[in-house]
Design a binder for this molecule. Structure first.
Ligand code: F0G
Length: 456
């Protein structure tokens, strides 16, 4: 057997990307206030800002788009997608939303109250923001290994069950439900084991609390279970997925990831109990429950994308892609969260810039350096994203300083990854010349999206 794992597709439609010079990139980044979110995408060569909504759809999905039923109420496309989601999740009550954060907003508004506390392995930034905005505490309880980039563990996304139980005992009355993010995006795209899902569900059940999963990347998580957890090597992905869902009472999903679409999300629940409240908020903010902020064509593309995202040859290639870039970084002596995650590689900026003080935001600085060196756009997952400026002017810092390179699905080929490996190695060589930043303007929530910076 040849050992190269190829892209399991061929390219039917192409989109040109554009090289820029280093001098141009310096000007462009300065005009963007040293915040890569403010760059124009056409000025980026390899856009690994996010794997969310950026992937390539298949010819089958594009074909299905023509079949979209755009009726306001009761569209055929809704029922088709509902059938697919009921089959995958084993849950009956489904509403679409325009994306993941809308699903969060609708669910939290419908069922949580001020003063509540929600445990999770790690809340994604929008999940945390949507909870905090409602006066709810978002508590991250990932296992210790999940916070140590260099520690190898097969399931670094697992939640710490002892801390969960302590919380259930101490503050049970304040907990509306427990959450679990698969894969654990903020913690390095790391998977959660089936054993951990099962045990967490059992604990929540013991204390009478529902279990809600954030399932943006459920297929990638299932593939990790197949590859790493004993007893699953010969289990079909869909069966693994169905078992994962069997332990949950509900889920929120950003379909822009493993749904293989450019826009979409949903809430799915096992019981009807919360559905009246969910539908009321949904109608106010997203739309009628059979379209929830999406067009009929989006529902069609998602119905196909959910199934395509569970194909094993695709998932094997997908996880191998991240691992391949990891091998290139290893060779260049650049540290990253190990093992590599499903959708992304997370560079440990503190090992590239060991001497840069935290107040100069090392991960943000590295992110800027990758753009300047090779036109690559990643995203900082560090103290700009998760730190806070306190009213007294001091800052809190995040426990990790990472740069995430997240890979759009079915979009970049092996040579793009080889190029990126070379750029990162160059940046590491020149680490001494990388400049830190200070924040000159910021908002109270999710400041990384819009903040303005200057060189220090
Ligand atoms: N939950 C997780 C784990 C996510 O990764 C995201 C989005 C969301 C919820 C929100 O979904 O974007 O559709 O509203 N993550 C993207 C990212 C934005 O780049 O990781 P959304």
């Amino acid at each position: 057997m040849p050992k190269t794992l190829i892209e399991p597709f061929r390219i039917k439609s192409v989109e040109p990307i554009r090289m820029t010079t280093r001098a141009e990139r310096i000007e462009l980044l300065e005009a963007a206030k040293l915040n890569v979110f403010k760059l124009r995408a056409e000025d980026v060569l390899i856009d690994w800002l996010t794997d969310s909504g950026t992937g390539a759809m298949s010819s089958r999905q594009w074909g299905a788009i023509m079949e979209g039923d755009e009726s306001y109420a009761g569209a055929r496309s809704f029922y088709r997608l509902e059938g697919v989601i009921q089959n995958i999740t084993g849950m009956r009550f489904f509403v679409p939303t325009h994306q993941g954060r809308a699903a969060e907003k609708v669910l939290f508004t419908a069922v949580c109250k001020k003063g509540d506390v929600v445990p999770n392995n790690s809340h994604f930034d929008t999940t945390r923001a949507n909870l905090e905005y409602l006066g709810i505490e978002a508590l991250d309880l990932v296992i210790g290994e999940g916070l140590q980039p260099a520690t190898i563990h097969p399931f670094k996304g697992n939640i710490d069950l002892q801390r969960v139980e302590a919380l259930l005992k101490d503050r049970g009355a304040q907990i509306p439900f427990g959450m679990l993010t698969v894969t654990n995006n903020s913690g390095g795209g790391q998977p959660v084991s089936m054993a951990n899902i099962r045990a967490y569900a059992g604990l929540l059940k013991k204390y009478g609390k529902p279990f809600i999963m954030d399932v943006c990347r459920f297929s990638e998580n299932a593939m990790f279970i197949k590859m790493r957890e004993s007893g699953y090597a010969n289990t079909p992905i869909k069966t693994i997925v169905q078992e994962m869902f069997s332990y949950a009472d509900g889920a929120t999903m950003s379909a822009k990831k493993d749904g293989m679409v450019n826009i979409g999300g949903f809430i799915v629940l096992r019981s009807e109990e919360w559905m009246d409240a969910v539908r009321n908020v949904l109608i106010m903010t997203e739309g009628f429950p059979t379209y929830g902020g999406l067009a009929g064509r989006d529902l069609e593309a998602l119905a196909i994308g959910l199934e395509e995202g569970m194909q094993e040859d695709y998932l094997r290639y997908r996880l191998r892609t991240a691992e391949y870039l990891g091998e290139r970084l290893e060779a260049a002596g650049v540290d990253f969260v190990k093992p590599t995650g499903g959708h992304a590689v997370y560079i440990d900026a503190r090992t590239v810039l060991p001497n840069m003080p935290m107040q100069h935001y090392p991960a943000w600085a590295l992110c800027n350096a990758l753009y300047l060196e090779g036109g690559i756009r990643g995203v900082e997952i560090g103290s700009v994203m998760f730190g806070k400026r306190l009213p007294n002017g001091t800052e809190t810092y995040h426990s990790m300083e990472l740069v995430r390179l997240a890979f759009p699905r079915r979009m970049y080929t092996q040579s793009h990854f080889d190029y990126a490996g070379e750029v990162i190695a160059e940046v590491k060589e020149k680490a001494d010349s990388i400049r830190g930043v200070k924040i000159t303007k910021q908002s109270q929530f999710l400041r990384h999206f819009t903040c303005e910076c200057a060189w220090v």
